[in-house]
Design a binder for this molecule. Sequence first.
Ligand code: PRX
Length: 638
Amino acid sequence: MSNYHIKSLEEYFKIYRKSIREPELFWEEVAEEHFAWRKRWNKVLEWDFSKPEIKWFEGAKLNITENCIDRHLLGKGEKTAILFEPNDPKEEAQHITYNSLHKRVNQFANVLKENGVKKGDRVCIYLPMIPELAISILACARIGAIHSVVFAGFSATALATRINDCDCKMVITSDGSYRGAKTIDLKGIVDEALKECEGVETVLVAKRINSSINMKEGRDKWLQPLLDKASTACEPEIMDAEDPLFILYTSGSTGKPKGMVHSTAGYMVYTAYTFKNVFQYRDGDIYWCTADIGWITGHSYIVYGPLANGATTVMFEGVPNYPDFSRFWEIVEKHKVTQFYTAPTAIRSLAKESLSYLEKHDLSSLKVLGSVGEPINEEAWHWYNDNVGKNQSPIVDTWWQTETGGIMISPIPYVTPTIPTFATMPMPGVQPALMNENGEELQGNLVEGRLCIKFPWPGIARTIWGNHQRYKETYFSAYDNKYFTGDGARRDAVGYYRITGRVDDVIIVSGHNLGTAPIEDAINEHPAVAESAIVGCPHDIKGNALYGFVTLKETGESRMQVNLRKEINQIITEHIGPIAKLDTIQFTPGLPKTRSGKIMRRILRKIACGDTSNLGDISTLQDPEVVQQIIEGRAALE
Ligand code: PRX
């Protein structure tokens, strides 16, 4: 029995037990068997959640790109590593072999070096889903630079905040991007952002849409001519196990976005291990994750996890509804995709369209279907199972987070019996705990509480860039000696986990984490706004819709309210991006607050979602009358 590849339920239980009893031995064996190390570790694990400090494979030396590329060259050099499917189905797909990926990453790495990027420097990558995105990530890792990918749907302000937070000296972008029938002026957004970013010395620009853009002399350089001149050889920088590999920002319920820092060795071992098992990847499979690499799902399960296993990973530039709603299924058929990993939002939006989009394509290559990013509702689960999987492909409902680096709770297909909406059982090495309000761990089954993890796993983020104190407060202070996830969960009669959703002020909209505070801060910048509160309400497709309560400095401006709504959404788009626009805006004379001035979101959530039957005790509010006014205002909106 190999620890690395779980093939039966019996093996799962055996391996899981071992991973809990002897975690160090378990991970040591995994690391030893399946990766290339320049130097072995001195110690497998050192940890202290009270500091918090977590170190895996300390003393080991490696380069992750040697593991993701070089070691596959012998034997798999001509195998497709990245299969790029463009936005426009008329444009040909590109098969980038491991040999070719090796050359292209090395060339890119040399361009980075020639432009002054050194080990430890931060490089911001703001690119659409084109091969240069994966290649630039790997090029950074090749030379030990820390990449910080910013999702190319974020606004200039959001981009600038992220560039400045970790002092990036370079930005890699493109002239623009395709998104269905639209094009987006990415370079224009970068130019706008860089007005606020003094530390950026160089901008490398990939050509994608051939638009005419401004190139700032001395700062902006076209990428391709530099790549053409660069050598295809680049020795990898040898990194320490705990050296940061990348920073990826995630929204918190308060404050600015958190730059989660992931390490090199632990992250590599964890994403590779979970990829292999959760997707039961076998040589010859064509694996496709539809996420954007701008999110953690893309980092771990488009780039690092698949490549560390020598897999073929599909990278899709486009959207599910262009040219029409059959695009995903057409790609599955065309490339004979075996594992398909997407988000409930995408499933729900496709499920509302005619089945004919799906039925005209041969989906018989599929073996595993994945879901990630938010709870998958029962209806969507069945639609996915019946129509896409034809009841033959197990669905893996994978629960994890930007912070966890890789999948934490998930069925293993063909191993774990699945139940709709249940993420089922923890991955080896993962020790979940459910906590009650008094901070006690709930024992046994049939319990519901706040989800914590009580032992480190190799993929956990090690800190928040520049703010270790915030890391400690956010994740390790709610419960003693435990990592707190921010999610609630239930354990059923057989010990399966069902994630019930966020228990903090993070709202997941279309699979994107949005903190309420950053949106409120943006709205409050509007000169007419006094204050605001955002809540989430269930939405058929997006999972949650955003509902904003806004109080104005001067009342009686109703004739202006249509414009104000537009302006508020405009401000949100500028500060964060279109993903955070509000679905509903209700102007209200006041907000329900406790005597100490805390906004009672619980009440607002109920009113927004149309459930006013039981608002609880409102007598302790500063101004209980405001509740009735808000209820009436909500009714008037309909
Ligand atoms: O609330 C959980 C939800 O997404 C959050 C993490 O979001 P993010 O860091 O953006 O990472 C998303 C991709 C891993 C979690 O705290 N979430 C993620 N997967 C699931 C989920 N909720 C329920 N079921 C899931 N499978």
